[in-house]
Ligand binder design. Sequence first.
Ligand SMILES: C[S@@+](CC[C@H](N)C(=O)[O-])C[C@H]1O[C@@H](n2cnc3c(N)ncnc32)[C@H](O)[C@@H]1O
Length: 456
Amino acid sequence: MTQLPESYLDQMRSLLGPETDAFLASYQDPRTQGLRFNPLRRAVPDSVRERLVMEWRLIPVPWCPSGYYYPEEIRPGKHPFHAGGLYYIQEPSAMSAVEVLDPKPGEIVLDLAAAPGGKSTQIAGKLGGEGLLVANEIHPARAKILSENIERMGAANAVVVSASPDRLASRFPLFFDKIMLDAPCSGEGMFRKDPAAIGEWSPDHVVMCAARQRDILREAVKMLKPGGELAYSTCTFNRQENEETMDAMLEEFPELERVRTERLWPHKGEGEGHFVCLLRKDRDAVTEAAAGPDRKTRKGASAAGKRPKGTADAWELFSRLREEAFPGLKLRQGEPLLFGDQLYWLPQAESSPFQAHWLDGLKVLRPGLHLAEIKKGRAEPAHALAMAMEPAEAGHSFRLDPEGEEAAAYLRGEALPSPDSIRGWCLVTAEGCPLGWGKASGGWIKNHYPKGLRLP
Ligand SMILES: C[S@@+](CC[C@H](N)C(=O)[O-])C[C@H]1O[C@@H](n2cnc3c(N)ncnc32)[C@H](O)[C@@H]1O
Protein backbone atom coordinates (compact mmCIF):
# COMPACT_ATOMS: atom_id res chain seq x y z
CA MET A 1 0.00 0.00 0.00
CA THR A 2 1.09 3.60 -0.68
CA GLN A 3 2.91 5.38 2.14
CA LEU A 4 0.53 7.36 4.38
CA PRO A 5 1.38 11.12 4.58
CA GLU A 6 3.25 12.09 7.75
CA SER A 7 0.71 14.84 8.60
CA TYR A 8 -2.08 12.25 8.32
CA LEU A 9 -0.20 9.95 10.73
CA ASP A 10 0.23 12.88 13.18
CA GLN A 11 -3.48 13.64 12.96
CA MET A 12 -4.40 10.02 13.69
CA ARG A 13 -1.95 9.80 16.61
CA SER A 14 -3.49 12.86 18.25
CA LEU A 15 -7.00 11.51 17.58
CA LEU A 16 -6.45 7.92 18.72
CA GLY A 17 -3.57 8.04 21.22
CA PRO A 18 -2.72 4.51 22.39
CA GLU A 19 -5.11 2.96 19.84
CA THR A 20 -3.06 4.30 16.91
CA ASP A 21 -0.99 1.12 16.44
CA ALA A 22 -4.09 -1.07 16.23
CA PHE A 23 -5.62 1.41 13.78
CA LEU A 24 -2.52 1.45 11.56
CA ALA A 25 -2.28 -2.35 11.69
CA SER A 26 -5.80 -2.53 10.20
CA TYR A 27 -4.34 -1.19 6.92
CA GLN A 28 -2.79 -4.66 6.45
CA ASP A 29 -6.19 -6.40 6.78
CA PRO A 30 -8.08 -7.32 3.62
CA ARG A 31 -10.86 -4.90 2.68
CA THR A 32 -14.40 -5.99 3.46
CA GLN A 33 -17.15 -6.50 0.86
CA GLY A 34 -20.84 -6.10 1.56
CA LEU A 35 -24.28 -6.44 0.02
CA ARG A 36 -27.66 -5.36 1.27
CA PHE A 37 -30.85 -7.27 0.40
CA ASN A 38 -33.63 -5.16 -1.09
CA PRO A 39 -36.84 -5.25 0.99
CA LEU A 40 -38.80 -4.07 -2.09
CA ARG A 41 -38.35 -7.53 -3.66
CA ARG A 42 -41.28 -8.88 -1.65
CA ALA A 43 -42.20 -11.54 -4.22
CA VAL A 44 -38.85 -13.32 -3.84
CA PRO A 45 -39.34 -16.17 -1.34
CA ASP A 46 -37.21 -16.02 1.83
CA SER A 47 -35.82 -19.43 0.88
CA VAL A 48 -33.97 -17.79 -2.05
CA ARG A 49 -32.18 -15.34 0.28
CA GLU A 50 -31.50 -18.16 2.76
CA ARG A 51 -29.95 -20.22 -0.03
CA LEU A 52 -27.67 -17.33 -1.04
CA VAL A 53 -26.62 -16.81 2.59
CA MET A 54 -25.57 -20.48 2.70
CA GLU A 55 -24.00 -20.83 -0.74
CA TRP A 56 -22.16 -17.50 -0.72
CA ARG A 57 -21.17 -17.82 2.98
CA LEU A 58 -22.74 -14.45 3.83
CA ILE A 59 -22.22 -13.10 7.35
CA PRO A 60 -24.63 -10.54 8.89
CA VAL A 61 -23.46 -6.94 9.27
CA PRO A 62 -24.11 -6.13 12.98
CA TRP A 63 -25.48 -2.60 12.39
CA CYS A 64 -27.74 -3.31 9.39
CA PRO A 65 -30.37 -6.10 9.49
CA SER A 66 -30.48 -6.43 5.67
CA GLY A 67 -26.68 -6.23 5.24
CA TYR A 68 -24.15 -9.07 4.82
CA TYR A 69 -20.41 -9.46 4.29
CA TYR A 70 -19.46 -11.63 1.35
CA PRO A 71 -16.14 -13.32 0.63
CA GLU A 72 -13.87 -11.68 -1.95
CA GLU A 73 -14.11 -14.55 -4.47
CA ILE A 74 -17.92 -14.31 -4.77
CA ARG A 75 -18.89 -11.96 -7.58
CA PRO A 76 -22.49 -10.93 -6.73
CA GLY A 77 -22.35 -8.06 -9.24
CA LYS A 78 -22.28 -10.55 -12.10
CA HIS A 79 -25.28 -12.63 -10.97
CA PRO A 80 -28.74 -12.13 -12.59
CA PHE A 81 -30.08 -11.31 -9.11
CA HIS A 82 -27.96 -8.15 -9.19
CA ALA A 83 -29.60 -7.07 -12.46
CA GLY A 84 -32.93 -7.96 -10.83
CA GLY A 85 -32.30 -5.67 -7.85
CA LEU A 86 -32.38 -8.41 -5.22
CA TYR A 87 -29.44 -6.69 -3.50
CA TYR A 88 -27.22 -3.63 -3.66
CA ILE A 89 -23.45 -3.94 -3.27
CA GLN A 90 -22.35 -1.51 -0.57
CA GLU A 91 -19.38 -1.08 1.74
CA PRO A 92 -20.63 -2.45 5.11
CA SER A 93 -19.82 0.63 7.26
CA ALA A 94 -21.69 2.83 4.77
CA MET A 95 -24.86 0.89 5.66
CA SER A 96 -24.90 2.48 9.12
CA ALA A 97 -26.05 6.02 8.26
CA VAL A 98 -29.55 5.18 6.99
CA GLU A 99 -30.06 2.85 9.96
CA VAL A 100 -29.40 5.91 12.17
CA LEU A 101 -31.76 8.12 10.11
CA ASP A 102 -34.41 5.36 10.24
CA PRO A 103 -36.89 6.59 7.61
CA LYS A 104 -40.45 5.30 8.05
CA PRO A 105 -43.09 4.46 5.40
CA GLY A 106 -45.04 7.58 4.44
CA GLU A 107 -42.27 10.09 5.25
CA ILE A 108 -40.87 12.66 2.82
CA VAL A 109 -37.12 12.13 2.63
CA LEU A 110 -34.29 13.94 0.84
CA ASP A 111 -30.95 12.34 0.03
CA LEU A 112 -28.95 15.48 -0.75
CA ALA A 113 -25.65 14.00 -2.04
CA ALA A 114 -26.93 10.72 -3.35
CA ALA A 115 -24.83 9.15 -6.15
CA PRO A 116 -24.24 6.34 -6.80
CA GLY A 117 -27.25 5.51 -4.64
CA GLY A 118 -26.24 3.28 -1.72
CA LYS A 119 -28.10 5.39 0.81
CA SER A 120 -30.99 6.30 -1.52
CA THR A 121 -31.77 2.67 -2.31
CA GLN A 122 -31.57 1.83 1.39
CA ILE A 123 -34.00 4.69 2.18
CA ALA A 124 -36.34 3.52 -0.61
CA GLY A 125 -36.32 0.03 0.91
CA LYS A 126 -37.28 1.42 4.30
CA LEU A 127 -40.08 3.58 2.83
CA GLY A 128 -41.54 0.41 1.32
CA GLY A 129 -43.19 2.36 -1.52
CA GLU A 130 -45.06 4.76 0.80
CA GLY A 131 -44.08 8.40 1.05
CA LEU A 132 -41.58 10.15 -1.17
CA LEU A 133 -37.83 10.10 -1.74
CA VAL A 134 -36.11 12.99 -3.50
CA ALA A 135 -32.62 11.81 -4.46
CA ASN A 136 -30.27 14.61 -5.55
CA GLU A 137 -26.78 14.49 -7.03
CA ILE A 138 -25.01 17.67 -8.12
CA HIS A 139 -22.86 16.03 -10.85
CA PRO A 140 -25.08 15.13 -13.83
CA ALA A 141 -23.05 12.06 -14.94
CA ARG A 142 -23.17 10.62 -11.43
CA ALA A 143 -26.88 11.49 -11.21
CA LYS A 144 -27.50 9.22 -14.21
CA ILE A 145 -25.87 6.28 -12.39
CA LEU A 146 -27.96 7.13 -9.32
CA SER A 147 -31.13 7.07 -11.40
CA GLU A 148 -30.22 3.69 -12.94
CA ASN A 149 -29.56 2.18 -9.51
CA ILE A 150 -32.87 3.49 -8.14
CA GLU A 151 -34.59 1.99 -11.17
CA ARG A 152 -32.83 -1.39 -10.81
CA MET A 153 -33.92 -1.64 -7.19
CA GLY A 154 -37.57 -1.01 -8.17
CA ALA A 155 -38.17 2.18 -6.17
CA ALA A 156 -41.44 3.59 -7.52
CA ASN A 157 -41.74 6.59 -5.20
CA ALA A 158 -38.42 8.29 -5.99
CA VAL A 159 -37.78 11.52 -7.86
CA VAL A 160 -34.17 11.98 -9.07
CA VAL A 161 -32.79 15.48 -9.65
CA SER A 162 -29.40 17.07 -10.22
CA ALA A 163 -29.16 20.45 -8.49
CA SER A 164 -26.86 22.41 -6.21
CA PRO A 165 -27.98 22.33 -2.56
CA ASP A 166 -28.84 26.08 -2.56
CA ARG A 167 -31.01 25.69 -5.66
CA LEU A 168 -32.87 22.82 -4.04
CA ALA A 169 -33.26 24.75 -0.78
CA SER A 170 -34.93 27.64 -2.57
CA ARG A 171 -37.48 25.15 -4.00
CA PHE A 172 -38.15 23.04 -0.94
CA PRO A 173 -38.02 25.15 2.23
CA LEU A 174 -39.13 23.23 5.36
CA PHE A 175 -40.40 20.37 3.18
CA PHE A 176 -38.65 17.20 4.37
CA ASP A 177 -39.34 15.00 7.39
CA LYS A 178 -35.88 13.49 7.09
CA ILE A 179 -32.69 14.41 5.25
CA MET A 180 -29.63 12.28 4.57
CA LEU A 181 -26.43 14.18 3.88
CA ASP A 182 -23.62 11.78 3.08
CA ALA A 183 -21.23 14.60 2.45
CA PRO A 184 -18.33 14.86 -0.01
CA CYS A 185 -15.30 14.47 2.30
CA SER A 186 -11.56 13.84 2.36
CA GLY A 187 -12.25 10.07 2.32
CA GLU A 188 -9.73 8.95 4.94
CA GLY A 189 -11.87 5.87 5.63
CA MET A 190 -11.46 4.79 2.00
CA PHE A 191 -7.63 4.64 1.97
CA ARG A 192 -7.64 0.85 2.42
CA LYS A 193 -10.32 0.25 -0.20
CA ASP A 194 -9.04 2.85 -2.64
CA PRO A 195 -5.31 3.64 -2.13
CA ALA A 196 -5.53 6.27 -4.92
CA ALA A 197 -7.50 8.45 -2.44
CA ILE A 198 -4.29 8.86 -0.38
CA GLY A 199 -2.73 10.98 -3.12
CA GLU A 200 -5.60 13.49 -2.94
CA TRP A 201 -5.33 13.94 0.82
CA SER A 202 -3.67 16.98 2.45
CA PRO A 203 -4.39 19.12 5.53
CA ASP A 204 -5.58 21.89 3.16
CA HIS A 205 -7.97 19.48 1.49
CA VAL A 206 -9.47 18.65 4.90
CA VAL A 207 -10.01 22.37 5.57
CA MET A 208 -11.64 22.81 2.14
CA CYS A 209 -13.92 19.78 2.68
CA ALA A 210 -15.01 21.03 6.12
CA ALA A 211 -15.92 24.45 4.69
CA ARG A 212 -17.89 22.84 1.84
CA GLN A 213 -19.71 20.53 4.25
CA ARG A 214 -20.85 23.50 6.34
CA ASP A 215 -22.14 25.28 3.22
CA ILE A 216 -24.14 22.19 2.21
CA LEU A 217 -25.44 21.67 5.76
CA ARG A 218 -26.78 25.25 5.93
CA GLU A 219 -28.90 24.49 2.87
CA ALA A 220 -30.01 21.15 4.31
CA VAL A 221 -31.20 22.86 7.52
CA LYS A 222 -33.38 25.20 5.44
CA MET A 223 -35.17 22.21 3.91
CA LEU A 224 -35.84 20.37 7.17
CA LYS A 225 -39.33 20.61 8.69
CA PRO A 226 -39.64 21.62 12.35
CA GLY A 227 -39.39 18.32 14.25
CA GLY A 228 -37.52 16.78 11.29
CA GLU A 229 -34.23 14.86 11.48
CA LEU A 230 -31.03 15.15 9.52
CA ALA A 231 -28.36 12.44 9.39
CA TYR A 232 -24.91 13.76 8.49
CA SER A 233 -22.30 11.19 7.52
CA THR A 234 -18.77 11.04 6.14
CA CYS A 235 -16.27 8.30 5.40
CA THR A 236 -13.43 10.26 6.99
CA PHE A 237 -11.82 10.22 10.45
CA ASN A 238 -10.62 13.76 11.28
CA ARG A 239 -12.57 15.85 13.78
CA GLN A 240 -12.79 18.98 11.57
CA GLU A 241 -15.11 17.26 9.07
CA ASN A 242 -17.03 15.38 11.76
CA GLU A 243 -17.53 16.52 15.39
CA GLU A 244 -16.29 20.06 14.72
CA THR A 245 -18.61 20.46 11.74
CA MET A 246 -21.51 19.30 13.89
CA ASP A 247 -20.49 21.65 16.75
CA ALA A 248 -20.40 24.56 14.29
CA MET A 249 -23.92 23.74 13.06
CA LEU A 250 -25.30 23.41 16.58
CA GLU A 251 -23.85 26.79 17.43
CA GLU A 252 -25.16 28.44 14.27
CA PHE A 253 -28.65 26.91 14.50
CA PRO A 254 -29.96 26.87 18.09
CA GLU A 255 -33.07 25.06 16.83
CA LEU A 256 -30.93 21.95 16.23
CA GLU A 257 -30.08 19.34 18.85
CA ARG A 258 -27.69 16.39 18.61
CA VAL A 259 -29.60 13.13 19.01
CA ARG A 260 -26.75 10.64 18.62
CA THR A 261 -23.29 10.21 17.13
CA GLU A 262 -21.70 7.00 15.91
CA ARG A 263 -18.24 6.26 14.68
CA LEU A 264 -17.20 3.03 13.03
CA TRP A 265 -13.47 2.24 13.06
CA PRO A 266 -11.65 -0.31 10.91
CA HIS A 267 -9.67 -1.59 13.93
CA LYS A 268 -12.80 -2.10 16.06
CA GLY A 269 -15.19 -3.75 13.61
CA GLU A 270 -15.33 -5.31 10.15
CA GLY A 271 -15.59 -2.45 7.67
CA GLU A 272 -13.98 0.83 6.61
CA GLY A 273 -14.43 4.01 8.66
CA HIS A 274 -17.68 5.97 8.93
CA PHE A 275 -19.04 8.86 10.98
CA VAL A 276 -22.77 9.47 11.47
CA CYS A 277 -24.49 12.15 13.51
CA LEU A 278 -28.25 12.58 13.83
CA LEU A 279 -29.55 16.12 14.38
CA ARG A 280 -33.16 17.06 15.16
CA LYS A 281 -34.84 20.41 14.50
CA ASP A 282 -36.95 21.78 17.31
CA ARG A 283 -40.66 21.14 16.69
CA ASP A 284 -41.41 24.79 17.60
CA ALA A 285 -38.56 26.22 15.53
CA VAL A 286 -39.42 29.73 14.37
CA THR A 287 -38.25 30.27 10.81
CA GLU A 288 -38.64 33.07 8.34
CA ALA A 289 -39.20 30.81 5.35
CA ALA A 290 -42.73 29.81 4.40
CA ALA A 291 -43.33 26.10 4.90
CA GLY A 292 -43.17 23.97 1.77
CA PRO A 293 -42.58 24.93 -1.85
CA ASP A 294 -44.54 27.62 -3.64
CA ARG A 295 -48.06 26.24 -3.52
CA LYS A 296 -49.57 28.31 -6.35
CA THR A 297 -50.69 25.96 -9.12
CA ARG A 298 -49.48 27.44 -12.35
CA LYS A 299 -51.34 27.32 -15.60
CA GLY A 300 -50.67 24.03 -17.32
CA ALA A 301 -49.29 22.38 -14.20
CA SER A 302 -50.67 18.94 -13.55
CA ALA A 303 -53.00 18.63 -10.62
CA ALA A 304 -55.36 15.76 -9.89
CA GLY A 305 -58.52 16.09 -11.98
CA LYS A 306 -57.03 18.74 -14.33
CA ARG A 307 -54.62 16.87 -16.56
CA PRO A 308 -53.19 18.71 -19.54
CA LYS A 309 -54.44 17.20 -22.79
CA GLY A 310 -51.10 15.57 -23.71
CA THR A 311 -50.95 13.82 -20.38
CA ALA A 312 -54.60 12.75 -20.58
CA ASP A 313 -54.05 11.23 -24.06
CA ALA A 314 -50.86 9.46 -22.97
CA TRP A 315 -52.61 8.15 -19.87
CA GLU A 316 -55.41 6.78 -22.08
CA LEU A 317 -52.86 4.90 -24.24
CA PHE A 318 -51.09 3.62 -21.13
CA SER A 319 -54.40 2.47 -19.63
CA ARG A 320 -55.07 0.37 -22.74
CA LEU A 321 -51.62 -1.21 -22.45
CA ARG A 322 -52.18 -1.80 -18.74
CA GLU A 323 -55.46 -3.60 -19.37
CA GLU A 324 -53.85 -5.86 -21.94
CA ALA A 325 -50.39 -6.52 -20.44
CA PHE A 326 -50.44 -5.89 -16.69
CA PRO A 327 -54.05 -5.76 -15.49
CA GLY A 328 -52.94 -6.38 -11.91
CA LEU A 329 -50.66 -3.30 -11.77
CA LYS A 330 -51.04 -1.42 -8.48
CA LEU A 331 -49.86 2.18 -8.48
CA ARG A 332 -49.64 3.95 -5.12
CA GLN A 333 -50.85 7.49 -4.56
CA GLY A 334 -49.64 9.75 -7.37
CA GLU A 335 -50.56 11.21 -10.73
CA PRO A 336 -49.49 10.73 -14.36
CA LEU A 337 -47.02 13.23 -15.76
CA LEU A 338 -45.86 13.53 -19.37
CA PHE A 339 -42.24 14.65 -19.98
CA GLY A 340 -41.79 14.90 -23.76
CA ASP A 341 -42.96 11.52 -25.00
CA GLN A 342 -42.18 9.75 -21.71
CA LEU A 343 -44.99 9.07 -19.25
CA TYR A 344 -44.16 9.01 -15.52
CA TRP A 345 -46.07 8.44 -12.31
CA LEU A 346 -45.33 11.35 -9.97
CA PRO A 347 -45.47 9.89 -6.45
CA GLN A 348 -47.38 11.62 -3.68
CA ALA A 349 -46.89 11.33 0.05
CA GLU A 350 -50.14 11.34 2.01
CA SER A 351 -48.95 14.13 4.31
CA SER A 352 -48.01 16.72 1.69
CA PRO A 353 -48.87 17.04 -2.01
CA PHE A 354 -45.99 17.28 -4.49
CA GLN A 355 -46.73 19.35 -7.55
CA ALA A 356 -45.06 18.78 -10.88
CA HIS A 357 -44.25 22.46 -11.45
CA TRP A 358 -41.96 22.45 -8.41
CA LEU A 359 -39.53 20.62 -10.68
CA ASP A 360 -39.63 23.34 -13.39
CA GLY A 361 -36.16 24.62 -14.23
CA LEU A 362 -34.38 21.83 -12.31
CA LYS A 363 -32.46 19.10 -14.10
CA VAL A 364 -34.82 16.17 -13.54
CA LEU A 365 -33.59 12.68 -14.37
CA ARG A 366 -36.71 10.93 -13.16
CA PRO A 367 -39.89 12.69 -12.07
CA GLY A 368 -41.13 9.51 -10.42
CA LEU A 369 -41.73 6.06 -11.85
CA HIS A 370 -41.17 5.83 -15.61
CA LEU A 371 -44.30 4.09 -16.92
CA ALA A 372 -44.03 4.13 -20.68
CA GLU A 373 -42.77 5.69 -23.86
CA ILE A 374 -45.57 7.11 -25.97
CA LYS A 375 -45.18 6.20 -29.62
CA LYS A 376 -47.59 6.89 -32.49
CA GLY A 377 -50.96 5.77 -31.12
CA ARG A 378 -49.55 3.34 -28.55
CA ALA A 379 -47.62 3.06 -25.32
CA GLU A 380 -44.55 0.85 -24.83
CA PRO A 381 -43.81 -0.17 -21.23
CA ALA A 382 -40.68 1.30 -19.61
CA HIS A 383 -37.92 -0.86 -18.14
CA ALA A 384 -38.34 0.99 -14.81
CA LEU A 385 -41.95 -0.17 -14.66
CA ALA A 386 -40.87 -3.81 -15.07
CA MET A 387 -38.36 -3.36 -12.23
CA ALA A 388 -41.01 -1.88 -9.92
CA MET A 389 -43.52 -4.69 -10.60
CA GLU A 390 -44.21 -8.00 -8.94
CA PRO A 391 -44.74 -11.02 -11.23
CA ALA A 392 -48.38 -11.37 -10.13
CA GLU A 393 -49.18 -7.91 -11.54
CA ALA A 394 -48.22 -8.91 -15.09
CA GLY A 395 -50.60 -10.70 -17.45
CA HIS A 396 -47.77 -13.06 -18.42
CA SER A 397 -44.56 -13.62 -16.63
CA PHE A 398 -41.81 -15.68 -18.21
CA ARG A 399 -39.79 -17.43 -15.53
CA LEU A 400 -36.08 -18.12 -15.96
CA ASP A 401 -33.73 -20.11 -13.80
CA PRO A 402 -31.30 -17.48 -12.44
CA GLU A 403 -28.43 -19.97 -12.70
CA GLY A 404 -29.41 -21.12 -16.21
CA GLU A 405 -28.07 -20.18 -19.63
CA GLU A 406 -31.38 -18.52 -20.64
CA ALA A 407 -31.14 -15.87 -17.89
CA ALA A 408 -27.60 -15.01 -19.04
CA ALA A 409 -28.81 -14.91 -22.67
CA TYR A 410 -31.69 -12.58 -21.76
CA LEU A 411 -29.30 -10.18 -20.00
CA ARG A 412 -27.06 -10.23 -23.09
CA GLY A 413 -30.05 -9.05 -25.13
CA GLU A 414 -30.82 -12.30 -26.97
CA ALA A 415 -34.28 -13.53 -28.01
CA LEU A 416 -35.60 -16.57 -26.14
CA PRO A 417 -37.73 -19.47 -27.39
CA SER A 418 -41.22 -19.52 -25.82
CA PRO A 419 -44.39 -21.63 -26.00
CA ASP A 420 -46.62 -20.67 -28.96
CA SER A 421 -49.47 -19.99 -26.56
CA ILE A 422 -47.84 -16.79 -25.16
CA ARG A 423 -48.40 -13.58 -27.10
CA GLY A 424 -47.63 -9.97 -26.29
CA TRP A 425 -45.75 -8.29 -23.43
CA CYS A 426 -44.43 -10.50 -20.69
CA LEU A 427 -42.42 -9.77 -17.57
CA VAL A 428 -39.21 -11.79 -17.58
CA THR A 429 -38.45 -12.94 -14.02
CA ALA A 430 -36.02 -15.07 -12.01
CA GLU A 431 -37.38 -16.50 -8.73
CA GLY A 432 -39.81 -13.60 -8.32
CA CYS A 433 -37.25 -10.94 -9.29
CA PRO A 434 -38.15 -8.90 -12.39
CA LEU A 435 -35.40 -8.66 -15.02
CA GLY A 436 -37.20 -6.70 -17.76
CA TRP A 437 -39.69 -6.94 -20.61
CA GLY A 438 -40.00 -9.37 -23.47
CA LYS A 439 -42.58 -9.47 -26.25
CA ALA A 440 -43.77 -12.90 -27.32
CA SER A 441 -44.95 -13.91 -30.75
CA GLY A 442 -44.54 -16.96 -33.00
CA GLY A 443 -42.67 -19.06 -30.44
CA TRP A 444 -40.06 -16.41 -29.58
CA ILE A 445 -39.68 -13.72 -26.95
CA LYS A 446 -38.21 -10.58 -28.42
CA ASN A 447 -35.75 -9.04 -25.99
CA HIS A 448 -36.60 -5.58 -24.57
CA TYR A 449 -33.80 -5.49 -21.97
CA PRO A 450 -32.30 -1.97 -22.43
CA LYS A 451 -29.27 -1.93 -24.73
CA GLY A 452 -27.23 0.20 -22.30
CA LEU A 453 -27.62 -2.38 -19.52
CA ARG A 454 -26.86 -5.54 -21.52
CA LEU A 455 -24.07 -7.74 -20.17
CA PRO A 456 -21.22 -8.83 -22.45
C1 LIG B 1 -19.92 10.36 -0.34
S1 LIG B 1 -20.57 10.65 -1.89
C2 LIG B 1 -22.22 10.10 -1.74
C3 LIG B 1 -22.41 8.59 -1.72
C4 LIG B 1 -23.85 8.21 -1.70
N1 LIG B 1 -24.55 8.82 -0.60
C5 LIG B 1 -24.05 6.71 -1.63
O1 LIG B 1 -24.35 6.20 -0.55
O2 LIG B 1 -23.96 6.04 -2.66
C6 LIG B 1 -20.77 12.38 -1.91
C7 LIG B 1 -21.45 12.96 -3.12
O3 LIG B 1 -21.51 14.39 -2.98
C8 LIG B 1 -21.40 14.97 -4.25
N2 LIG B 1 -20.96 16.39 -4.14
C9 LIG B 1 -19.75 16.91 -4.43
N3 LIG B 1 -19.75 18.24 -4.22
C10 LIG B 1 -20.97 18.57 -3.79
C11 LIG B 1 -21.60 19.80 -3.41
N4 LIG B 1 -20.93 20.95 -3.42
N5 LIG B 1 -22.89 19.75 -3.05
C12 LIG B 1 -23.56 18.58 -3.02
N6 LIG B 1 -23.01 17.40 -3.35
C13 LIG B 1 -21.74 17.39 -3.73
C14 LIG B 1 -20.40 14.09 -4.97
O4 LIG B 1 -20.56 14.19 -6.37
C15 LIG B 1 -20.74 12.70 -4.43
O5 LIG B 1 -21.59 12.00 -5.31
